[in-house]
Design a protein around this ligand. Structure first.
Ligand code: SF4
Ligand code: SF4
Length: 322
């Protein structure tokens, strides 16, 4: 049996909505098959007001939960008081500090909890911050030296929102005693989900190879790759969105919507250039400003020009894309 407390800071509740839709495993499976006892979750446990406050206080007095999950940014404003986000008579940031200090494992769910997310985007009026990062800079609310009782840093499961199965599968690993074995990448994300690029498994990848673009947004059944005109960040983003499909059915890129890079700390990207999210940014109107990791813009552009010139007839024709 592993106890779990889930708190919610500055966010839209999207990660809870995602969590409620988990399929492999479901939330019910977490409880019945994997022995997770959810002591507090604002949408799953019917506790409010004084009852909720007493419950949380008792959990802390008893030494804290096995798993502390936090969704949303930690709101520090105004002027470091945290009073923009009061929860059960205290700034939420104080609850976060107490639970993080007492939990065996601490898990950040979604971009806001991991990196500050949209609330922490400039000018960041609420002084929002992630648990152990502010955007790509390590530190965050808990500080870079923070370790949970198990000796681990915060386990970051980013996304806007995170895919439900990324969440429940990591919770199972932690609850069944394999939490210390979860290999993390440089940004403390589980490698099992975040080692590969979003592009892995994309049904448009053959067009990426031949540099054939899709010209219009939302063309789910049309040929072409979304990287060249539509701003797709699939080759620049670490996620398994085309390996572990959404709703077990599809992904953004399969449906004709560019990946907007929501699992990376810099999300939302291009936030200073209004209107550029769905438009590939280019140098001299030709060379993509950002190119896949491990190459440079000039080499990539030469390669792209040669590939496009050599692309076979089928790559230029309309084909059905799942
Ligand atoms: S649509 Fe995006 S993810 Fe798919 S192949 Fe093109 S760049 Fe990669
Ligand atoms: S496809 Fe990209 S933007 Fe969409 S959920 Fe996956 S990582 Fe996020």
């Amino acid at each position: 049996m592993a106890t779990l407390v889930w708190l919610h800071g500055g966010a839209c509740n999207g990660n809870t909505q995602s969590f409620l839709n988990a399929e492999e495993p479901t939330i019910v499976d977490l409880v019945t098959d994997f022995g997770i006892e959810i002591l507090y979750h604002h949408s799953c446990i019917p506790l409010m007001g004084e009852q909720a406050k007493e419950t949380l206080q008792k959990i802390l007095a008893a030494g804290g939960p096995d798993i502390f999950v936090f969704e949303g940014s930690v709101i520090q404003g105004p002027k470091g008081t945290g009073r923009y986000d009061i929860f059960l008579d205290r700034p939420m940031k104080d609850w976060v500090a107490d639970f993080a200090a007492s939990a065996t494992f601490t898990v950040a769910i979604g971009d806001c909890a991991c990196w500050g997310g949209i609330p922490a985007t400039k000018p960041n009026p609420t002084d929002s911050i992630g648990l152990q990062y502010l955007k790509g800079a390590k530190g965050g609310f808990l500080g870079s030296e923070y370790r949970s009782k198990a000796g681990l840093p915060v386990i970051n499961i980013p996304g806007c929102p995170a895919h439900p199965d990324w969440v429940t599968q990591i919770l199972v690993a932690v609850a069944t005693g394999r939490g210390a074995d979860v290999a993390l990448d440089d940004l403390q994300r589980p490698q099992t989900f975040f080692k590969t690029f979003t592009q892995t498994g994309c049904t448009r990848v053959q067009y990426f190879e031949w540099k054939e673009p899709v010209e219009e947004f939302g063309q789910g059944t049309r040929k072409g790759c979304l990287f060249y005109e539509q701003g797709c960040r699939g080759p620049l983003t670490h996620s398994p969105c085309n390996r572990i499909l959404w709703n077990r059915q599809s992904s953004k890129t399969r449906a004709g919507m560019p990946c907007i890079g929501c699992t990376e700390p810099q999300f939302p990207h291009n936030d200073l250039e209004v209107g550029t999210v769905f438009k590939t940014q280019k140098v001299f109107g030709v060379i993509p400003k950002e190119v896949p990791e491990g190459t440079d813009a000039l080499s990539y552009s030469v390669h792209a020009a040669v590939a496009r010139a050599a692309s076979p007839k089928w790559a230029k024709e309309d084909m059905f894309v799942i």
